[in-house]
Design a protein around this ligand. Structure first.
Ligand SMILES: [Zn+2]
Length: 287
């Protein structure tokens, strides 16, 4: 990492993937699950937490959730947060054709625009499923549709590229560049650890997350945290998954809200779109 400017000028970003308790990639969605929806209540309590901390975040909204609950996206915007896109159906991008991916983006943007007047400028793929080698066309489509940034590449083994950049960087398309914001990770002898969100955020010692965030801050780059509303809703139902998948999706959740509050109190956070002109963007040399 390179130094750029005094650490106190660095803002981090909290991002939220707005989806229901059953939107776990690869799991079948049964009609009964939709009747047990929790996403509105869980998102509203997250909004309340953020209001209490005076913090603003980026909300990657799933199109089908916005469509089913038309008051939710306007409530997010009314609190001053950024509305971005998480696609429509929560299918992995690696399982979509370019035409299907374009359609997911267009449907989601249309419903968000119609409900709030806002056009999403950022995208996050379900389960970090953009891939520089397998889905290079996805970045072309994002750029063509006017997206300014993406946050779908993670430097983690198994679900991303462990050798990929850990800091914001530029991805080139035939029509110009698009900014990529990877999630916060902690470096260790075992490789990058997922302290910025998901099971890592919920399970690692709090001090590890704090130290990772501070190390990014000292290097002059933002740390990107991510949460799902279900992670702040410990009483939500659980899908009948394998033990490991259950842990990853629903593991210990009771401390998530308090962790989040502490981090928000100790550091400065802004929506991703507001970091675009503030962060050093490194050209990507990984390909
Ligand atoms: Zn998701």
């Amino acid at each position: 990492m390179l130094n750029s400017g005094p650490p106190e000028s660095v803002c981090h970003s909290l991002t939220v993937d707005v989806e229901d308790w059953y939107h776990v990639c690869g799991a079948e969605i049964l009609p009964d699950y939709r009747r047990q929806t929790r996403v509105v209540a869980a998102t509203r309590s997250l909004l309340e937490l953020l209001r209490g901390q005076g913090s603003r975040a980026t909300f990657f909204m799933l199109g089908e959730v916005a469509d089913a609950f038309p008051d939710l996206a306007p409530a997010i915007v009314a609190d001053g947060h950024e509305l971005a896109s998480h696609g429509w159906s929560h299918r992995l991008v690696t399982g979509l054709t370019p035409a299907e991916f374009r359609s997911e983006l267009e449907r989601t943007a249309a419903v968000l625009k119609q409900q709030t007047g806002c056009t999403p400028l950022g995208f996050r793929a379900p389960r970090w499923s953009l891939d520089r080698r397998k889905t290079p066309w996805a970045f072309e489509i994002l750029k063509e549709l006017g997206y300014r940034y993406d946050s779908s590449l993670t430097p983690l083994a198994a679900i991303g590229d462990p050798n990929g950049p850990r800091v914001p960087h530029l991805i080139m398309t035939s029509q110009g560049s698009i900014c990529e914001f990877p999630p916060l990770v902690a470096q260790s002898l075992l490789g990058n650890l997922p302290v910025g969100g998901g099971w890592g955020f919920r399970s690692f010692p709090y001090g590890m997350i704090e130290r990772a965030l501070t190390s990014y801050q000292l290097a002059g780059v933002p740390g990107v945290l991510f949460v799902h509303p279900r992670e702040l809703d410990p009483d939500s139902p659980r899908l009948p998954l394998s033990l490991i998948k259950r842990f990853l999706a629903y593991g210990p959740r009771t401390g998530s809200g308090e962790r989040l509050k502490k981090l928000l109190a100790n550091h400065t956070f802004k929506p991703l779109v507001e970091l675009l002109d503030r962060v050093p963007l490194y050209p990507d040399t990984s390909l």
